[in-house]
Design a protein around this ligand. Structure first.
Ligand code: CUA
Length: 482
């Protein structure tokens, strides 16, 4: 006699193995998990979690009833012996068929009520009665997040700061491919689509730090495209905004930070802006980011430039690599030396000239890496009074240029944001009749909006805080560029 009801032996251990697997999977649902949607910290995530539970329990009841009936019938009416005859075959029962058609319709109608209510409440604009709205533009890049605060003229990357209990309205954009913006504990996910802005809003109702994650496959580092949301008390948020408008103190001459600043300027500053604190710097960064993108798109294989996170006050960040690792001197050095060992496929390593080496690691000595990391960690809102004059401190014009100008100007013919400066001395002499090269260049530094070269944006900051000796050194250097 062949009994189909008995499990064959190898199947049993296999089923037993499923139990720890199921427990491990369910453990991911613990509300304490950083990306669990069950422990919520905002009304939108809370409503979504409650809707999920409501639908889950209805589905669970349906599952138990239907599966229970199947199991009961399979056992109750099983074939008991070889002599059992085939039962009487029926087809069609109008009463039953109408019942199991109407029941699901009713269940779906019940589920539709809170579902549609939530969709209407959460889509589109922020309800007006919830408080002063903070506007943020979140932009997805392969593979990091940019955050712009248009009303505060602040731009930052990978760490989003918001005030507690105030609605935040997001314009969601992408510069390259489709990403998805998701802060599991505060709000559900919405896609970031190139050339098609999306909208979402959220409220964080508990002060703290929360995980964000790109939730749409967007290339090799998709799983590593994370961010953090820091929810502040209102006063702390305002302090953060003010800090973002306060320049970092200049490093002490001869210090590790000073050496790091020069190395950063020489190797990193065409892609990373790190001083978006002054008036006009917000508009400039938007143009720079677009220029980097255009530069990359124009030659994707060989471009030496690529869109990159703004590093203003990077020393106040908690993480590196778009939320991948805690920010420490050690983790930062590891990142600078070989970013792909932390986050596979970084564009920085592929495109920056710094990594054009046999093993693909940074072309820097350990001491230089340490200096850059020390400098970046020192970038915090400074204590120097506004309007402090930049003195040369012994630096020559090339140094002043490297630390202040290279994010917008190349020394060759390439346009970054402003024109390439090869031959600027000769061109300057021809710009304004009766004006000497020196006077023209000085005016261009101190009052750049006086003469804007055709075809370039009027976004250059006024370098009125450059000391006279700095201006002299800089002009001497500029006139040597051929
Ligand atoms: Cu961006 Cu996935």
């Amino acid at each position: 006699m062949h009994r189909v009801s008995k499990l064959s032996l190898p199947l049993r251990p296999a089923l037993l193995l499923l139990i720890p697997l199921a427990i491990a999977l369910l453990a991911a649902c613990t509300p304490d998990n950083n990306q669990s949607t069950f422990g919520t910290a905002g009304p939108i995530a809370k409503d979504q979690a409650e809707l999920f539970k409501f639908i889950f329990w209805i589905a669970a009841i349906v599952f138990v009833l239907v599966e229970g009936a199947i199991i009961y019938i399979a056992i109750r009416f099983r074939r008991r012996s070889d002599t059992d005859k085939l039962p009487y075959q029926t087809h069609g029962n109008n009463r039953l068929e109408i019942t199991w058609t109407i029941l699901p319709v009713l269940i779906l109608a019940v589920i539709a009520v809170p579902t549609l209510t939530d969709i209407w409440a959460q889509q589109n604009t922020v309800p007006e009665d919830l408080g002063e709205v903070l506007n943020v533009e979140a932009i997805g890049h392969q593979w990091w997040f940019e955050f712009r605060y248009p009303n505060h003229e602040v731009v930052t990357s990978n760490e989003l700061h918001i005030p507690v209990n105030r609605p935040v309205a997001f314009k969601l954009e992408s510069q390259d491919v489709i990403h998805s913006f998701w802060v599991p504990k505060i709000a559900g996910k919405v896609d970031m689509v190139p050339l098609n802005d999306n909208f979402m809003w959220m409220i964080g109702d508990e002060v703290g730090e929360y995980y964000g994650q790109c939730a749409e496959f967007c290339g090799i580092a998709h799983a590593h495209m994370r961010f953090r949301v820091i929810v502040h008390e209102e006063a702390d948020f305002q302090a953060w905004i003010n800090g973002m408008h306060t320049a970092a103190d200049a490093p002490v001459a001869g210090s590790s930070e000073a050496r790091g600043k020069n190395l950063f300027a020489a190797n990193c500053s065409s892609c990373h802006t790190n001083d978006s604190t002054t008036p006009g710097s917000y508009a400039r960064e938007i143009i720079s980011q677009q220029a980097r993108w255009n530069g990359w798109v124009s030659d994707i294989e060989n471009s030496g430039i690529v869109s990159a996170p703004n590093l203003t006050h990077f020393g106040t960040h908690n993480t590196i690599g778009a939320g991948l690792k805690d920010l420490t001197q050690e983790s930062l050095e590891g990142w600078i030396i070989d970013p792909s060992s932390v986050k596979i496929g970084t564009r920085m390593q592929k495109h920056a000239a710094l990594y054009d080496t046999a093993d693909g690691k940074a072309n820097l000595t350990p001491a230089e890496v340490s200096d850059i990391a020390t400098y970046l960690l020192s970038l915090k809102p400074g204590t120097a009074p506004v309007g402090t004059v930049i003195e040369t401190g012994g630096a020559d014009g090339a140094d002043i240029f490297a630390t202040n100008c290279t994010s917008c100007h190349s020394t060759g013919d390439d346009t970054i944001v402003g024109p390439g400066l090869a031959g600027i001395g000769e061109r300057a002499a021809l710009q304004v009749a009766g004006m000497s090269t020196y006077d023209y260049l000085e005016q261009s530094l101190r009052e750049p909006s006086a003469y804007v070269v055709d075809g370039f944006p009027n976004v250059m900051p006024e370098w009125s805080h450059l000391g006279d000796d700095s201006v002299d050194a800089l002009i001497d250097y500029l006139t040597t560029l051929n």
